[in-house]
Design a protein around this ligand. Structure first.
Ligand SMILES: NC(=O)c1ccc[n+]([C@@H]2O[C@H](COP(=O)([O-])OP(=O)(O)OC[C@H]3O[C@@H](n4cnc5c(N)ncnc54)[C@H](O)[C@@H]3O)[C@@H](O)[C@H]2O)c1
Length: 254
């Protein structure tokens, strides 16, 4: 049974993989045997790919700003070429956040969050989905959030984008599951990364409320996502599509 979780000879593209949760999930895919391309806007992506690829299967870096759709499509072409023309796994994880009361929320921030967190997920899936449709097989894993289920406060654009990610997951699954592509999402709970570091300062009351509500009594760490991403990327989950899996220390159940 354990061989069904292996990703030996599989290939993966991970957006947002230079750091944080997606670096950790890329590490999990790589540890399970996959060749990986990290796609990220940061120069750091080169260093992250070199670190990850120091042993085991190759890891490549593609630097791209995914809010630029033309560049996104080029980056998909470059990634597919680096992977030798086959993509088994696409992890759509690049994301940004901005906290501000709704009445003052700046238009440029709203548009940028929707471009990166939502539109790039769709266009990456569209581009790589075409390749997977040709292959007759593939796994797309989107990174959703607790705010795919609840909207929270001071993050209206982020909440709208992540609710959209949950819906894109189901919409693409409805069209592609019958053609060999499983489309699922992981919804991390409150995790310790740079993205959430400012919450303690911007909204300390909310930070305390959230911390007190997590039944497991702690915030999540990037490592907490490793098991679920390998499961959703592997044959072990072949009859699962269109779901959003919370990894939240029990938060949603409370
Ligand atoms: N940290 C949490 O608590 C939490 C909870 C739920 C969901 N998430 C989601 O997990 C994902 C990763 O978040 P994280 O916490 O690791 O944050 P992070 O800031 O550490 O990592 C985000 C990555 O996305 C990349 N990125 C941002 N804009 C980009 C662009 N235009 N083009 C290409 N890459 C870009 C960044 O460079 C970075 O490497 C995001 O989608 C986030 O919304 C995080």
């Amino acid at each position: 049974m354990i061989s069904k979780f292996s990703l030996e000879h599989k290939t993966a593209i991970v957006t947002g993989g230079a750091k944080g949760l997606c670096y950790s999930m890329a590490e999990a895919l790589h540890e399970a045997g996959a060749v990986v391309v990290l796609v990220d806007v940061l120069d750091l992506v080169e260093e992250s790919a070199a670190r990850l690829g120091a042993c085991g299967a190759p890891v490549y870096a593609v630097k791209a700003d995914l809010s630029d759709t033309a560049r996104l499509r080029e980056a998909c072409g470059e990634s597919v070429a680096l992977l030798g023309g086959r993509v088994d796994i696409l992890l759509n994880g690049a994301g940004i956040q901005y906290r501000c009361p709704a009445e003052d929320f700046p238009e440029d921030r709203w548009r940028r969050i929707l471009d990166i967190n939502l539109s790039a997920v769709f266009f990456m899936s569209q581009e790589i989905g075409k390749q997977m449709l040709k292959q007759g097989r593939g796994k797309i894993i989107n990174v959703a959030s607790m705010t795919s289920f609840m909207a929270s406060v001071m993050i209206p654009a982020y909440a709208a984008s992540k609710a959209g990610v949950a819906q894109i997951t189901k919409a693409l699954s409805n069209e592609w599951a019958g053609k060999g592509i499983c489309v699922n999402a992981i919804a991390p709970g409150y995790m310790n990364t740079e993205l959430t570091r400012d919450m303690k300062l911007v909204n300390p009351t909310q930070y305390e409320e959230i911390s007190g509500r997590i039944p497991m009594g702690r915030w999540g760490e990037p490592e907490d996502l490793k098991g679920v991403v390998v499961f959703l990327a592997s044959e072990a989950s072949d009859y699962i599509s269109g779901i959003v899996v919370p990894v939240d220390g029990g938060y949603l159940g409370k």
